[in-house]
Design a protein around this ligand. Structure first.
Ligand code: 13P
Length: 300
């Protein structure tokens, strides 16, 4: 990255009281300029506690919306304005209302990778880091879970509750080819296999651990293994290599989220220069959606 851009980002950050948050899937260059890099839950908690004047979010739309819900006084700008999430688009608030009619005794738990509309209809959101804990905390034995089928199917194996799962999915994780993982396992037989629960079940069956991205970091830190095969978006490999340079990491397949790769240093600079253009939450949905994400940050 040209020094000029780096210096300008630093100068504007101070001038505007801004913080830069980046998800662990972001390109390496972006992780390097961020103030905080983390998983969805960690970034939500930081957005809530920092209450910065300006939050530049390097990730996808639902993450910036979540930051805005938790920190309504901050101006939150999504650095790559077109970065959306195919999974979030899989289920609407109206879909959930229909499911509630079908399962009247069930509370709804919604993965944070979702629209504000869906969040506003839900008892609590969860991330991959606390999905089991949130489902366990729900005040009903039956739980409607959406929009991610793979995550819901995995959560159902970790709880005695009955889950009614919406059949949505992340195109990047769902499209992964198990043959890549098998080839890598044959090449690195002594490696530990860590897989994100958004992956199809066949990946989970071949994994040593099923973990969200924050859980992967904590596991690698405490593991005696030196080699790891990582079943999630490939930006995570850079994150792990940066944190643990003495260990080796390989991708389980080419799991690439095109939206996550849209952020560039130039866009971060443009976001810092912008006046206005922050994320706006429809006022009729804000209060209910914020309650669901606040509950998420309080559990697990
Ligand atoms: P984490 O919950 O691990 O941050 O995962 C977020 C995500 O979007 C996975 O695709």
């Amino acid at each position: 990255m040209p020094n000029r851009i780096k210096e300008e980002i630093e100068r504007l950050k101070k001038e505007r009281g801004a913080i830069i948050l980046a998800h662990s899937y972001q390109p390496g260059l972006i992780q390097d300029i961020a103030d905080f890099v983390g998983d969805s839950l960690e970034l939500s908690r930081i957005a809530a506690s920092e209450s910065a004047e300006l939050v530049i979010f390097c990730g996808v739309k639902f993450m910036a919306e979540t930051a805005k819900l938790l920190s309504p006084e901050s101006t939150v700008v999504l650095a790559a304005p077109d970065a959306d999430c195919s999974l979030a688009a899989c289920m609407t608030g109206a879909d959930l209302r229909e499911m509630k009619k079908k399962y009247p005794g069930a509370e709804a738990v919604t993965y944070v990778n979702s629209t504000v509309d869906l969040k506003s209809e839900t008892w609590a959101c969860c991330t991959s880091a606390n999905s089991v804990e949130v489902v366990e905390a729900a005040p009903s034995d039956e739980v409607i879970f959406g929009p991610d089928r793979n995550l819901g199917t995995w959560v159902a194996t970790q709880t005695k509750k009955t889950l009614h799962i919406w059949p949505g999915g992340c195109h990047a994780h769902s499209g992964a080819d198990i043959r890549h993982l098998r080839e890598k396992k044959a090449e690195w037989p002594d490696a530990e296999v860590l897989v994100h629960p958004e992956s199809p079940s066949v990946f989970l069956w071949e994994a040593d651990k099923v973990l969200g991205t924050g859980g992967m970091i904590r596991h690698v830190e405490n593991s005696k293994s030196m080699k790891f095969i990582i079943g999630t978006e490939e930006g995570m490999i850079y994150r792990l290599e940066t944190l643990f340079p003495h260990k080796q990491f390989a991708a389980a397949g080419n799991i690439i989220c095109d939206d996550m790769t849209l952020t560039t240093p130039e866009l971060v600079l443009k976001a810092l220069e912008s006046r206005g253009d922050g994320i706006e939450i429809p006022s009729d949905l804000a209060e209910k959606a914020a309650a669901a994400v606040r509950r998420m940050t309080e559990i697990g």
